[in-house]
Design a protein around this ligand. Structure first.
Ligand SMILES: C[S@@+](CC[C@H](N)C(=O)[O-])C[C@H]1O[C@@H](n2cnc3c(N)ncnc32)[C@H](O)[C@@H]1O
Length: 287
């Protein structure tokens, strides 16, 4: 199995959404994305803006912040982020010193762009990059996942983190990624932290239909088919693959969101939704 590089431009969309938050380095990253976009790479910037700005920014902000909250809370000092896209997390966590070694892994096209952006950011910071490594690799490829983990101290546990990946993968691919991470955690110990628990819902939000249509056009993926039937079904899916599932809620960080205020969105509705949105902390069962 091989990673679908058509998914990669969705990373631009998320990078744009984060500019409506207080997440460090978001604006710097997206400024550079726009410069690259003007050279004709990636989706139409107008299209991206319409889809993300008003509706998705709180979701992107929340899932970013719940991962930070959990990584810091558990005290992980080594992190592998798979499908890292254009996230600022590696820069943020190595700069604040909460993490010693941060490895970002994504498909080659995105990593190439990310390396350029990270270089510019550090030049502006007038600093040298710390132990932040950008690795080309396919999450479906066990060897690539192990290679990316080559920077870690094998005597200490790791956090594997991912956001915005599983919804693009079918169930066979999700299981493949999960098995690769399971192998890794069997060696290092630690946990996989992900808010990627997208479930079917009867309630349709107008922006979701627009967003899905846009993403389907971009990637050729039928997103609906990739959703879990329910949170319980998602939990069983991971348990059958040998994980113990701890459910946490995005509501834990709801008070730290700034994008609803910036965008004039209904804060209480957003908070209610986050209270029902889980993030999974997956560790090996029987350990
Ligand atoms: C919606 S973006 C999310 C990026 C990032 N996690 C964020 O939240 O900003 C999806 C990312 O998944 C990456 N991706 C898709 N399939 C992948 C695979 N098989 N292996 C590694 N990365 C993959 C894409 O290149 C893209 O960067």
């Amino acid at each position: 199995m091989e990673g679908n590089k058509k998914i990669s431009p969705t990373a631009w969309m998320v990078a744009e959404g984060r500019t409506f938050s207080d997440i460090p380095f978001s604006r710097e990253i997206f400024r550079e994305v726009q410069k690259i976009g003007r050279k004709g790479v990636g989706p139409d910037p107008d299209d991206v803006e319409k889809i993300t700005a008003a509706d998705l920014a709180p979701r992107f902000e929340a899932r970013y912040k719940i991962i930070n909250h959990l990584v810091r809370g558990f005290g992980f000092r080594q992190v592998l982020e798979i499908a890292s896209g254009l996230t600022p997390r590696g820069i943020e966590m190595t700069e604040e010193g909460s993490v010693d070694t941060y490895v970002e892994m994504d498909l080659p096209g995105i990593i190439k762009i990310k390396r350029m952006i990270v270089k510019i950011i550090y030049r502006e910071l007038k600093k040298k990059k710390r132990r932040l490594f950008l690795e080309e690799g396919d999450a479906l490829d066990n060897k690539a996942v192990f290679k990316a983990a080559g920077y870690f101290d094998a005597a200490r546990p790791i956090a594997v983190v991912s956001e915005g990946l599983l919804r693009y993968l079918n169930f066979k691919e999700k299981a493949e990624v999960a098995r690769n991470i399971h192998h890794l955690l069997a060696v290092f110990g630690g946990a996989w932290i992900t808010p990627d628990v997208t479930v079917r819902s009867n309630r349709r939000y107008p922006y979701e239909a627009r967003r899905n249509e846009y993403i389907e056009r971009l990637t050729g993926i039928d997103m609906e088919k990739n959703k879990f039937e329910s949170v319980g079904a998602a939990q069983r899916f991971f348990e059958e693959l040998g994980f113990r599932v701890e459910q946490r809620m995005l509501g834990e960080i709801a008070d730290s969101l700034v994008s609803p205020g910036i965008l004039g969105l209904p804060v209480s509705d957003i908070k209610k939704r986050l209270e029902k949105s889980p993030a999974f902390v997956l560790s090996l069962s029987g350990k």
